[in-house]
Design a protein around this ligand. Structure first.
Ligand code: HPA
Length: 274
């Protein structure tokens, strides 16, 4: 963990050297959603590969760069592209962007992902505010010696997603005429997608959507004491009795289509951020 802290501190020092921006908000975007910060006034752009110790994303639909600048007059850092357990990254690598955010002082995290819908009321293209999550990855980024500079040993998880930020997202959706669903995200390791029996199981345990990302990052962000807003784009809807194959192309296409709506929602939230 000491080594990990050294790596994070080196990455943060490099970024600080490249940009005077002191981000208050960090955005972490997922599959097909990398463009959701297109209206941002970018002041510095850094390829992940240019940042010391930073992992490099291998998934198509992920850009692999960090933008620093302003969005709705807020100093932000936007991580376009994330790391997944299914790529073979260790939980500590998956949460690297969160630790860098923490080191740079960002205290609000907005995290987006593509997810499969389980709730029959959801339709492809819907945006879901994450009300809570279920970590079914079998992994946790806090395993190992606790780093007290980062957070406490047993972080409370009773209110992971900030209710106030969630309400602001709800208000933004109403104002903009965007449908915003509310639900529980189940995070799996993947990369194989879910069997009909798994879909039935996930529905039974209270999940409304399922995806292969986000929970590791969110756990680290809770550890870091951040306020968190999670937004999922429902790219397909899974039904155990009417299984249909989901393809990455479809998932990316629906995520791309939803990206402008998601961007407007995020901009509105940032504009009204307390
Ligand atoms: N399952 C898991 N992850 C996903 C899905 C899905 O159906 N859709 C988008 N991401």
């Amino acid at each position: 963990m000491v080594e990990q802290k050294t790596r994070i501190d080196a990455a943060a020092a490099f970024i600080r050297h490249q940009s005077a921006i002191q981000p208050v908000v960090g955005l972490l975007t997922g599959t097909g959603l990398g463009g959701c910060a297109d209206t941002m006034q970018v002041e510095q752009e850094l390829a992940y590969s240019a940042i010391p110790h930073f992992p490099v994303s291998t998934v198509s639909g992920h850009r692999g760069r960090l933008l620093l600048g302003h969005l709705q007059n807020r100093a932000v850092m936007v991580f376009q592209g994330r790391f997944h357990l299914y790529e073979g990254y260790r939980p500590q690598e998956v949460v690297f962007p969160i630790r860098v955010m923490q080191a740079l002082g960002a205290h609000t995290l907005i995290v987006t992902n593509a997810a499969g819908g389980l709730n029959p009321a959801f339709a492809p293209g819907d945006i879901m505010r994450m009300a809570d999550h279920i970590n079914l990855t079998g992994e946790n980024p806090l395993v190992g010696p606790n780093e007290p500079d980062w957070g406490i040993r047993f972080p409370d998880m009773s209110a992971v997603y900030d209710p106030r930020l969630g309400e602001q997202a709800q208000t933004a959706a109403r104002t903009l005429g965007i449908t915003l669903q509310n639900g529980v995200y189940a995070g799996l390791k993947g990369p194989s997608l879910e069997t009909p029996a798994e879909i039935r199981f996930l529905t039974t345990i209270g999940a409304d959507a399922v995806g292969l990302s986000t929970v590791q990052e969110v756990i680290a962000a809770v550890h870091a004491g951040m306020r968190i807003l999670g937004l999922s784009v429902i790219t397909n809807v899974n039904h155990p009795d009417r299984p249909v194959p989901a393809t990455l192309e479809e998932i990316i296409a629906v995520a791309d289509q939803a990206a402008p709506r998601l961007a407007r929602l995020i901009e509105h939230v940032l504009e009204h951020l307390e």
